[in-house]
Ligand binder design. Structure first.
Ligand code: ZN
Length: 295
């Protein structure tokens, strides 16, 4: 059997494949993160995996992954996992081949293999949620980068000396195009602190300020899309995460604004759509790692 594991800050999600059938499951692990109990966390994951005769295991994890060492170098969401030799731990305990990858990169591979990105030549996936995750699959192969840190699109600069990003830099695209970005934009125009979920609800009800916040959000987002389209000339961009899920209009808004910004030829064959795999995209992607090569 093959398995994919997506290690997040709240849940660990699994995808198991046997004879072409895929099953998913998830476990709540927030308490291990809060108690800084890395051993407990890994033992719990191991309990789900053991006795299943797993020959190949893919691991997707939030953070900058060092594949040579088989660990996560830096992970803002799960700091306790940093520099712990995760790949070794599972290799030794399961006697399986282990492949490790950043969760957003893995998610792109998941959509390519099992979701809405099938047969796409150049697929870009963007997750607009707590942060801005991104991944690319080019001619069927994951773009991982020499050190595994390619496609940190959220941390490209969109505004010189702009708002502070969670990564510590200023003016990153993520500082605007993410749930916390939306909350800041809304605050700047209304002087009110609302959660992104509240802003989305208001926008769906036609509230003027919330719609204005989404216009500004989309201005940054569509410029980000223009940058990515001018670099990759993709045929498909798939959006996932809480923002497009609860405010799907953003897909149309972004495409229409992008049309006025990008080279016409670069968007002639482009489809911007919603991703398919939702919360299990990382687990599917981790599973897909067990059969993929990289570019
Ligand atoms: Zn950043």
């Amino acid at each position: 059997m093959k398995a994919g594991v997506d290690i997040g800050g709240t849940f660990v999600k699994f995808a198991f494949e046997e004879n072409g059938n895929i099953k998913t499951e998830k476990i709540l692990i927030k308490h291990y993160i809060e108690n800084k109990d890395i051993k407990g966390l890994l033992e719990e994951i191991l309990n789900v995996l053991k006795n299943k005769n797993i020959k190949k295991l893919g691991i997707a994890v939030a953070g900058l992954v060092n594949k040579e060492k088989g660990w996560v170098d830096t992970s803002p969401n799960i700091p306790l996992i940093e520099k712990f030799p995760i790949s070794n731990f599972f290799e030794e305990n399961l006697k399986a081949d282990v492949f490790i990858e950043n969760d957003a990169n893995a998610a792109a591979l998941g959509e390519y293999k099992y979701g809405n990105g099938k047969e796409s030549k150049i697929l870009i996936t963007l997750t607009l949620g707590t942060g801005l995750g991104s991944g690319a699959v080019i001619n069927g192969k994951l773009l991982s980068g020499v050190n595994g840190v390619a496609m940190e699109f959220g941390h490209t600069t969109i505004e010189k000396n702009g708002l502070k990003c969670h990564c510590g830099r200023k003016g990153c695209l993520e500082a605007y195009v993410s749930s916390y970005g939306l909350e800041r934009i809304y605050f700047l125009i209304s002087d009110k602190h609302l959660s992104s979920a509240e802003i989305i609800t208001l926008a769906n009800e036609g509230d003027e300020k919330a719609l204005e916040a989404f216009e500004i959000f989309n201005d940054y987002f569509s410029t980000g899309l223009m940058n990515i389209v001018h670099i990759f000339n993709p045929d498909k961009i798939l959006l996932s995460g809480g923002i497009p899920e609860y405010y799907p209009l953003i897909t149309k808004m972004a495409y229409s604004k992008l049309k006025g910004k990008a080279f016409p030829l670069s968007i002639e064959s482009l489809d911007i759509n919603l991703a398919k795999l939702g919360e299990f995209s990382g687990a599917y992607g981790a599973l897909a790692l067990t059969t993929q090569e990289e570019v």
